[in-house]
Design a binder for this molecule. Structure first.
Ligand SMILES: C[S@@+](CC[C@H](N)C(=O)[O-])C[C@H]1O[C@@H](n2cnc3c(N)ncnc32)[C@H](O)[C@@H]1O
Length: 296
């Protein structure tokens, strides 16, 4: 088990499990590592503190946790979107990510970026849940109730009309926050609404990337029968798509990426120099510079 003596790291069990799997599957010692969608940086911190990497970067586009910049020895988190990574080509030995790919809206573009910044021979490792096709993809259930009772039926978000869902929520909810959460998941852009067969298309058809492991996990402790209405609404989608609750991908980058343009190289030199200097004052200046780049 991971040492949990470090109380500044937020460690729910699924993060610990992912960290253990990552350590078992990928050599991290001495490596330059990137985490995509690091959130509050908890897993990136574990990697930085416990695996002796060369350096760890975490990126996440939302500012709630890491804005403007999170830094400590061997770790730096930045507000960046996976579909536009501000790093040079072939920069990282390892790129990993946990429970993020179901949220990335332009996944094909993010995947191009990930492959661009990964070195030839570099390793990519991720685990995520294809939320949208899941029985509870609507995110409207009572987590404290073992039977997972819910107002919107399992798979309801996939086949019910928006008016029907709204009606159910309005009639039943006593918790407006929960209602907002469900509405954001069902009607908003919190998740990309991709199907497992679409993820397969992204990850499994690359000339420049060799997949070593592609695992689709079917068991789920709240598994429910799939209503006929789902198959009627999505006649061309394979039945298995609605049974998959987790996807693990591991692979290796094969080919060399195209050389950079001169202006980008200049920016990257600046970036690499300041981030690797480990000098807090310089890092602060970098943060200001990055903010001006992204806000402009
Ligand atoms: C469920 S959280 C997972 C956070 C963290 N990886 C963990 O395991 O605790 C999903 C994260 O994906 C991030 N995210 C969403 N869209 C993203 C994108 N386009 N690029 C990078 N991260 C993204 C969100 O901001 C959020 O922090």
């Amino acid at each position: 088990m991971t040492s949990v003596s470090d109380r500044t790291v937020n460690l729910p069990i699924w993060r610990v499990k992912f960290f253990e799997d990552l350590k078992r599957s990928v050599q991290l010692e001495g490596k330059k590592v990137l985490e995509i969608g690091c959130g509050d940086g908890a897993i990136a911190k574990l990697v930085a503190r416990q695996t002796n990497p060369q350096f760890v970067y975490g990126i996440d586009p939302y500012s709630y946790a890491i804005y403007p910049i999170y830094e400590e020895e061997k770790l730096m988190c930045l507000n960046l979107n996976a579909d536009n990574l501000l790093f040079p080509n072939s920069y990282f030995d390892v790129i990993f990510s946990h429970n993020v790919f179901e949220h990335i809206l332009d996944l094909p573009q993010a995947w191009q970026e990930i492959k661009r910044v990964l070195k030839p021979g570099g390793i990519f490792y991720t685990h995520f849940a294809p939320l949208w096709t899941h029985a509870y993809g609507h995110h409207y259930y009572d987590e404290t109730d073992e039977s997972f009772s819910c107002i919107i039926p399992p798979y309801g978000h996939l086949y019910m009309k928006p008016e029907q869902i709204n009606q159910l929520l309005k009639a039943n909810t006593t918790l407006p926050e929960d209602q907002k959460k469900a509405i954001r998941f069902i009607f908003g852009d919190v998740c990309n609404k991709m199907f497992p067969s679409e993820y397969r298309k992204v990850f499994l058809s690359n000339d420049d990337f060799k997949i070593e492991e592609y695992l689709e996990i079917k068991q789920h402790h709240h598994n429910r029968p799939i209503p006929q209405e789902v198959f009627e609404k999505y006649p061309s989608v394979p039945k298995e798509d609605f049974e998959i609750s987790g996807i693990t991908v591991k692979g290796v980058k094969l080919s060399q990426t195209e050389p950079e343009s001169e202006s980008l190289k200049e920016l990257y030199r600046f970036y690499a120099y300041y981030t690797e200097s480990q000098n807090k004052k310089l890092l602060r200046r970098l943060s200001i510079k990055l903010k001006s780049i992204f806000s402009g």
